[in-house]
Design a protein around this ligand. Structure first.
Ligand SMILES: Cc1cc2nc3c(=O)[nH]c(=O)nc-3n(C[C@H](O)[C@H](O)[C@H](O)COP(=O)(O)OP(=O)(O)OC[C@H]3O[C@@H](n4cnc5c(N)ncnc54)[C@H](O)[C@@H]3O)c2cc1C
Length: 495
């Protein structure tokens, strides 16, 4: 008889897990707190512009590459429209007055950086080769089987990227440039591993694609695929409590009063908030404490602009602006010197010019914490004022690089760390899940299995964030129920 699984949270992790398990003889239901599934794969519209709240581009989705194979296996590749970003510079970084572009492919990268730093070829080659080796070092993320889950036993996961780069060269400018991809994972210089940095740089170096309909296009395709196999989705169901019996979770209760019974439960949201829903002594104290003390990545503050008229050529790249020499330290800025950097991009658009622009910068949750339970009017009003001041401050900085914006704004939407926390029910509006510390790999590791034998985790807090990280995390979660080697083999054979 098919067993019942309830997945709590219909983000990328929940949806992929749902498809994998529903296709493999389980009856899967997803309970999602919002009115739509997708989580960070969500768009919103303003005056003809469609903006992403989270994911807007994905890596290694070219035929034969890993994300391509995953999309094919999930049967959604043909249902989304991907467009390759500028191969001569998919990431553009401007530090003070100097601009550096990262082209597609490692040969091009080595050549480009050697043009910027002609005397540093040895360090550049070593960086490129080590990053590829590190990215290749873990089986499942490369779809190799039989899968050996050598968590914590990977030398690249136990090496700090900052130290690695520091030892490569004495050239401070090159050190900064080689560190730049840390913004894709909000890296902290004393914690980020060579492995995380490598997977992310290698993944985007292979190919970078914008999603025509934004992240939501992926969410819609995943939802349709899940439902087409008989999966059930329950929206507006905020799960807030587990009922337990004989050491197992028996049911999950939603705030709207529904009770979801299942044989197994998979949480696609924060591990610490998940275990807070379990009363009694089912979890050992050190485990509960470790989950509760997991450090979260920094949050984000963003402005989404609709201009009065199409003003910009579409950017077929991400433009990252650093206002000072420091390219680390997103997490340790001082509010007075905020913003230290920003990312600006134009959502995909078929016309040659656009009036839509999104600007993201990092921001700590501590800036908004005092308003997290704001209910009275004056409290809400002070939040609005703060938000407007912050938006204007960021805008002023952006206008220095893009003066065409001045006097040309028709509409603007602002998202804060509080928007992310409230929308996603995460801990602190964190962008990329929990922080992994190369010095204490096991301490910051969230396994898919919990101490309760019918409760599991999935999503960006297991393994890694981003399309690649979360889908691999979903394979790991699904591997508790189905043969992971067969699964990985089937995915790796996709053409
Ligand atoms: C600003 C930003 C930009 C990004 N850009 C990219 C990008 O370009 N490319 C890329 O690959 N990655 C990107 N990422 C990362 C990527 O979007 C995430 O890693 C990924 O979408 C996370 O998926 P998830 O399922 O783990 O979590 P989430 O998307 O947070 O999903 C969790 C779901 O659980 C639901 N939920 C929570 N609590 C409950 C509850 N109690 N009951 C019911 N439902 C609940 C939430 O509503 C949500 O739908 C970006 C992230 C951010 C923040």
């Amino acid at each position: 008889m098919r067993k019942d699984i309830l997945i709590i949270g219909g983000g990328l992790g929940g949806l992929i897990c749902g498809i994998l398990l529903q296709k493999n003889n389980f009856n899967v239901s997803i309970a999602e707190k919002n009115k739509r599934v997708g989580g960070l794969l969500q768009n919103f519209k303003r005056k003809g512009c469609t903006f992403d709240v989270g994911m807007h581009y994905i890596g290694s989705a070219e035929k034969g590459q890993i994300v391509y194979k995953i999309l094919k296996y999930l049967n959604i590749y043909d249902k989304i429209s991907l467009h390759e970003m500028d191969t001569s510079g998919y990431e553009v970084f401007k530090i003070q007055d100097k601009t550096y572009t990262f082209p597609k492919g490692w040969e091009a990268f080595k050549n480009r950086l050697s043009e910027y730093f002609p005397n540093e070829k040895v360090a550049i080659v070593k960086y490129a080769e080590t990053v590829q080796e590190a990215s290749n070092s873990f089986d499942i993320i490369n779809l190799r089987y039989p899968v050996s889950l050598n968590f914590g036993k990977n030398k690249f996961a136990e090496t700090g990227i900052y130290d690695f780069i520091d030892e490569l060269t004495g050239n401070d400018e090159l050190k900064r440039v080689l560190s730049l991809m840390n913004s894709m994972y909000a890296g902290q210089k004393d914690k980020a591993s060579l492995y995380t940095h490598a997977v992310i740089h290698n993944h985007y170096s292979q190919s970078s694609m914008k999603i025509e309909g934004g992240g939501e296009e992926i969410a819609n395709a995943l939802e349709n695929e899940f439902v087409s196999h008989g999966g059930k989705i329950f929206v507006n169901e905020f799960i807030h409590k587990f009922e337990t019996k004989d050491g197992l979770i028996e049911s999950a209760l939603s705030k709207s009063g529904h009770k979801f019974k299942a044989d197994y439960f998979i949480s696609g949201f924060h591990p610490s908030l998940t275990i807070d829903m379990i009363e009694g002594n089912y979890l050992r104290k050190p485990y509960r404490k470790r989950m509760q003390q997991l450090e979260n990545t920094i949050s984000t503050f963003s402005i989404h602009l609709v201009l009065k008229k199409p003003t910009f050529q579409n950017f077929n790249f991400n433009f990252h602006r650093y206002l000072q020499d420091e390219v680390w330290g997103a997490d340790s800025y001082h509010p007075d010197t905020w913003p230290q950097s920003y990312l600006i991009y134009t959502p995909y658009n078929r016309e040659s010019t656009t009036k839509c622009l999104s600007v993201f910068t990092f921001m700590s949750y501590s800036e908004v914490k005092k308003w997290e339970n704001a209910t009275n009017e004056s409290h809400t009003e002070s939040y609005k004022q703060w938000k407007e001041q912050r938006a204007q401050k960021l805008l002023k900085v952006v206008e220095k690089d893009f003066p065409e914006i001045i006097g040309n704004i028709d509409d603007m939407e602002v998202l804060t760390p509080l928007s992310y926390k409230d929308y996603l029910n995460n801990k602190q509006g964190e962008c990329y899940g929990i922080v992994h510390d190369y010095k204490e790999v096991l301490k910051s590791l969230v396994l898919t299995k919990t101490q309760i034998s019918n409760l599991y985790f999935t999503g960006q807090n297991v393994n890694m964030h981003g399309f690649l990280g979360v889908s691999i995390g979903s394979l790991l979660t699904a591997g508790n129920f189905i043969d992971i080697n067969n699964l990985v083999k089937s995915i790796s054979e996709q053409e």
